[in-house]
Ligand binder design. Structure first.
Ligand SMILES: NC(=O)C1=CN([C@@H]2O[C@H](COP(=O)(O)OP(=O)(O)OC[C@H]3O[C@@H](n4cnc5c(N)ncnc54)[C@H](OP(=O)(O)O)[C@@H]3O)[C@@H](O)[C@H]2O)C=CC1
Ligand SMILES: O=C(O)CCC(=O)C(=O)O
Ligand SMILES: [Mg+2]
Length: 737
C-alpha cells in the first residue's frame, strides 16, 4: 500500500466493515486534505497484512509487505505521530486459521497454523503466529492514556432522536453469575516496586520436588511499577461452571458466557475452553481419548469440536443427548445454529453485555426468540459493574435516553497497563507447585501455591503512565466541572496500590474535594444515579474498565459506541485518534456481501478526523489544517442535524450515502468560511458540483444496492473490487477524483 514517508496524517488500513467504509471515505479525505497540502498516508495493520509481513521467506517479492504495525509502534513514541486508528480484527485461533487459509487459496505459500506443534520448526512457526493472535495491535499503538467521550453534538442528537431500548421488567430473571472465590479477584497480590527491588525479574515455577522452571525472564520491573500476581483455580472454575449450568436450568433462563478472549488472549480462551468442557462434561468423560486423538482443543470452541467429531455417529449422539438435557444457550446466530460457545471471539464482553442490558436483559435463544439469560462472568474483578447495572435497571426501569446525562472515561492504558499487558506473563500451571516472581535482588515479590491447570498471571502498570492518567483526569475534571470518580476498590490489592498514587497527587494539586474514589459496584450505582438525574460523570478507570465502560455507557446513552470520540494523547506528544469504541462488526460485511448494503456508521471516523486535523494545526502551526478541521466538525454536525447516518436496511441510505453528505457539508463549510480565502475559492465549485449532482449521486448509490457484492476475499479483499463496490457513483467519483 502507498506509504508516504512525509505523511502528515496516517490513516490505518484495517479489516471488515471499517475497511470497506474506508474504500469510500479515504479518497474523499485525501482530496480535501490535498487542497491544504496535507498528505494523508496509510499503514496496513489488517490481520492479513500482519500475517503476510510475518512470513516474508514464504512469499514472492510481489507478495511481501513491510511490517507497518512495527513502524507505527515506533512512530507513536515520537511527537510527530498523528494517527487515525480504525478498529481492526483481534483474531481468535479460528479466525487466524481462516485468514491463513484464504491467503493460501490466493497463492500465498504460508505455513499452516500448527495446532499442536511437535517439532522445533513447528514451535517456531506457532510462536510467530501467536504474536499475531488476539489484540496484537492496540497494545502496541497505545503509548498514551485514553480519553473517550461523546462529543456534545452527538449526545444532543441522541437525546433528541432516542434509539429504542428494551423494557426492563422488575421480575426479569436475567442476572450475572461469578465465582464465589478462588478467582483472580480473591487471589490477587500487589506491590509497588522500590528502588532496591527494580531490575530484571523472573517468573518461576517450583515443582513439588523442588525443581525450578523459569517461565519468564528478561522481564524488567522498573521502580514505581505496580506489579500484581494472581491466579484462578481451575478446579474452582470447573465446579462453578457446572453449578452455573444447573442453576441456569433451574431458573429456566439461557446460559451465556461473556469473556474477552481477544484482549485477554492467554487467560480467557482457557476459561472459555473450561466452559466448553463443562457444557459437554459427560462427552469429555466418556470420549476423552477419542477427542484427544481427533485433535479437539476445547479452547477453540464448539464449532471446531463439532467439525472434528462429525465423522463419529457415537460422539455426535452423545453430544445431542447432553444438549437435550442442558438449559437453553444464548445464540450468536440462531438461524445458522451458532451458539455462544461456537468460537471464543463471537461473544466479546465489552459489546455483548451492553447489548443484553440495552435490550432489557434479553438475549436470543435457539428458536430466535428473546429471553432472560444467566450472564456467566467467572472472575469478580469487574463483573460487579454489570450485576449492579442489571439491579439498577430492574429497580428503576430502562434509562431515559432523552434526558440522561453522560459518563465519559479517562482510562489508564498506556504502555500495556494492567491486565491487557499480561499476555507474556500468563501461564497455565504445568503441575502442582508454586509460581513466584523473583526480583533482581533475589527477593520473592509474590508467590502462589497452584494446582495443575490453574491460570496464573502477572499484570503491571508503569509509573509514568499512572501519573499521566491522574493528570489527564484532573484536566478533564477541570475542563468539564463534572462529577469525577476513580473506580478503584480499596479492598483489591492492585487498586489499593493505585490509590497510593492517586490520593497524594490529588492532594498536591489541591483538588481532592473534586474527586471520589469508589469500588466499581458503588461507582456504577452512583454514575447511573447521576446520569438518570441528567448530569454527567467522568469514570476514571484502569484498562479493563476503560474497555467495558466505553461500550456500556455509549450503548445505553447513544445506542452504539460507534459514535464515540476516542482520543489518545500520546505521552511523547503525538496524537492517536481512535475511531469509535466498537469493533469491526463482521455482521456488517455479511450484509454487504449478500445485499450490497453497508450499515457501518463512520461517525467515529468523522469525529477522529476533525480531532486529527485540529491537532495537526496546533502541532505544525498549520492554519489551513485548522480551517479544514473546523469545517470537518461542521460537516459532522450536518450529518447529525440532517439525519444522514446510515440506516440498517437494504434500499435505505447506507454508509456510502453518509460519505456523500459528509463531503458535501464539508465542502460547503469550507466554501462559506472566511478564515482562508484560497480554501474558500477552491471548495466553492466542489460544493456547487456536489449540490447540483445530488439527485444523480443518490440515484447511483441507491441503484448499487440489493444484489450480492464481490470483494474478492474476506480477510484479504481485492482493493480494486472493494473500490468498485464502495464507490458506485460515477458522478461523485468524478467530483472527488
Ligand atoms: N478498537 C478495536 O480495534 C476493536 C476491535 N474489535 C474487534 O472487532 C471484531 C468484532 O467485535 P465485536 O465485539 O463483535 O464488536 P463490534 O463492535 O464490531 O460489534 C458489535 C455491534 O456493534 C455495532 N457497531 C459497532 N461499530 C459500529 C459502527 N461503526 N456502525 C454501526 N454499528 C456498529 C453493531 O451493532 P448492530 O449490529 O446492533 O448495528 C455491531 O454488530 C473483533 O474482531 C474484535 O476483536 C472490537 C472492539 C474494538
Ligand atoms: O484491541 C482489541 O482487541 C479491542 C479493543 C477494545 O475493545 C477497546 O479498546 O475498546
Ligand atoms: Mg472495547
Amino acid at each position: 500500500m502507498a506509504d508516504k514517508s512525509n505523511s502528515d496524517i496516517l490513516y490505518t488500513i484495517v479489516d471488515e466493515a471499517p475497511e470497506l467504509a474506508s474504500a469510500s471515505l479515504l479518497p474523499i479525505i485525501r482530496t480535501f486534505a490535498k487542497a491544504a497540502d496535507i498528505n494523508v498516508g496509510t499503514k496496513d495493520i489488517s490481520l492479513a497484512a500482519r500475517i503476510i509481513s510475518t512470513f516474508p521467506e514464504s512469499l514472492t517479492d510481489a507478495q511481501r509487505q513491510a511490517n507497518d504495525l512495527a513502524e507505527l509502534g515506533e512512530l507513536v513514541k515520537t511527537p510527530a505521530a498523528n494517527v487515525i486508528k480504525l478498529p481492526n480484527i483481534s483474531a481468535s485461533v479460528p479466525q487466524l486459521v481462516a485468514a491463513v487459509t484464504e491467503l493460501q487459496s490466493q497463492g500465498y505459500a504460508l505455513p499452516d497454523y500448527p495446532e499442536e506443534p511437535g517439532t522445533d520448526e513447528e514451535k517456531a512457526i506457532r510462536a510467530r503466529y501467536d504474536g499475531i493472535k488476539g489484540s496484537a495491535v492496540n497494545p502496541v499503538l497505545r503509548e498514551g492514556n485514553s480519553d473517550r467521550r461523546a462529543a456534545k453534538a452527538v449526545k444532543n442528537y441522541a437525546q433528541n432522536n432516542p434509539h429504542s431500548m428494551g423494557k426492563w421488567a422488575s421480575d426479569s430473571k436475567t442476572k450475572v453469575s461469578s465465582m464465589p472465590g478462588n478467582d483472580f479477584y480473591a487471589n490477587e497480590k500487589s506491590a509497588t516496586i522500590t528502588a532496591t527491588q527494580a531490575g530484571d525479574a523472573k517468573i518461576e515455577f517450583v515443582g513439588k520436588d523442588g525443581a525450578v522452571t523459569v517461565l519468564k525472564d528478561g522481564w524488567t520491573l522498573d521502580e514505581g511499577t505496580v506489579a500484581d500476581a494472581t491466579f484462578m483455580s481451575a478446579k474452582a472454575l470447573g465446579a462453578f461452571l457446572a453449578e452455573a449450568i444447573t442453576d441456569t436450568k433451574a431458573d429456566g433462563t439461557m446460559f451465556s458466557l461473556h469473556m474477552k478472549a481477544t484482549m485477554m488472549k492467554v487467560s480467557d480462551p482457557i476459561i472459555f475452553g473450561h466452559a466448553v468442557k463443562a457444557w459437554l462434561a459427560p462427552v469429555f468423560e466418556k470420549f476423552g481419548a477419542e477427542l484427544d486423538a481427533l485433535g479437539v482443543n476445547p479452547n477453540s470452541g464448539m464449532g471446531d469440536l463439532l467439525d472434528r467429531v462429525a465423522g463419529s455417529a457415537e460422539i455426535m449422539a452423545a453430544i445431542d443427548a447432553v444438549t437435550a438435557d442442558r438449559p437453553g444457550m444464548y445464540m450468536v446466530d440462531s438461524d445458522k445454529g451458532i451458539t455462544n460457545l461456537h468460537v471464543p471471539s463471537d461473544v466479546i464482553i465489552d459489546a455483548s453485555m451492553p447489548a443484553v442490558i440495552r435490550a432489557g436483559g434479553k438475549g436470543w435463544d435457539a428458536a430466535g426468540d428473546k429471553g432472560d439469560t444467566n450472564c456467566v462472568i467467572p472472575d469478580r474483578c469487574y463483573a460487579t459493574i454489570y450485576d449492579e447495572s442489571i439491579n439498577f435497571f430492574k429497580a428503576n426501569g430502562a434509562l431515559d435516553v432523552t434526558t440522561a446525562g453522560s459518563v465519559a472515561n479517562v482510562g489508564l492504558m498506556a504502555q500495556k497497563a494492567e491486565e491487557y499487558g499480561s499476555h507474556p506473563t500468563t501461564f497455565e500451571a504445568p503441575a502442582d507447585g508454586t509460581i513466584r516472581i523473583v526480583l533482581a535482588n533475589g527477593e520473592t515479590l509474590h508467590s502462589h501455591d497452584v494446582e495443575t491447570g490453574d491460570i496464573w498471571r502477572s499484570c503491571t502498570a508503569k509509573k509514568a503512565p499512572i501519573e499521566n492518567w491522574i493528570e489527564l483526569a484532573m484536566d478533564r475534571q477541570r475542563l468539564t466541572g463534572s462529577e469525577a470518580i476513580f473506580w478503584l476498590d480499596a479492598n483489591r490489592a492492585h487498586d489499593a496500590q493505585l490509590i497510593e498514587y492517586v490520593e497524594p497527587a490529588l492532594e498536591a494539586a489541591g483538588v481532592s474535594d473534586k474527586f471520589q474514589i469508589m469500588a466499581p459496584r458503588e461507582a456504577t450505582a452512583q454514575s447511573l444515579k447521576t446520569i438518570t438525574a441528567g448530569n454527567d460523570s467522568i469514570a476514571i478507570t484502569g484498562n479493563v474498565l476503560r474497555d467495558y465502560l466505553t461500550d456500556l455507557f455509549p450503548i445505553l446513552e447513544l445506542g452504539t459506541s460507534a459514535k464515540m470520540l476516542s482520543i489518545v494523547k500520546l505521552m511523547q506528544g503525538g496524537g492517536l485518534f481512535e475511531t469509535g469504541a466498537g469493533g469491526s462488526a463482521p455482521k456488517h460485511v455479511q450484509q454487504l456481501v449478500e445485499e450490497n448494503h453497508l450499515r457501518w456508521d463512520s461517525m467515529g471516523e468523522f469525529c477522529a478526523l476533525g480531532e486529527s486535523l485540529n491537532f495537526l494545526a496546533d502541532a505544525q502551526g498549520n492554519a489551513k489544517a485548522g480551517v479544514l478541521g473546523v469545517a470537518a466538525e461542521a460537516a459532522t454536525q450536518g450529518i447529525l442535524d440532517h439525519n444522514r447516518s446510515p440506516s440498517r436496511k437494504v434500499g435505505e441510505p447506507d454508509n456510502r450515502d453518509s460519505h456523500y453528505w459528509f463531503a458535501r457539508y464539508w465542502a460547503e463549510a469550507l466554501a462559506s468560511q472566511s478564515d482562508d480565502a484560497d480554501l474558500a475559492a477552491h471548495f466553492a465549485p466542489m460544493a456547487k458540483a456536489l449540490a447540483d449532482g445530488e439527485a444523480a449521486i443518490l440515484g447511483e448509490l441507491a441503484a448499487a444496492q440489493g444484489k450480492p457484492a464481490d470483494l474478492g476475499g474476506y480477510f484479504h479483499t481485492d482493493p480494486a473490487k472493494a473500490a468498485l463496490v464502495m464507490r458506485p457513483s460515477t458522478t461523485l467519483n468524478a467530483i472527488i477524483d
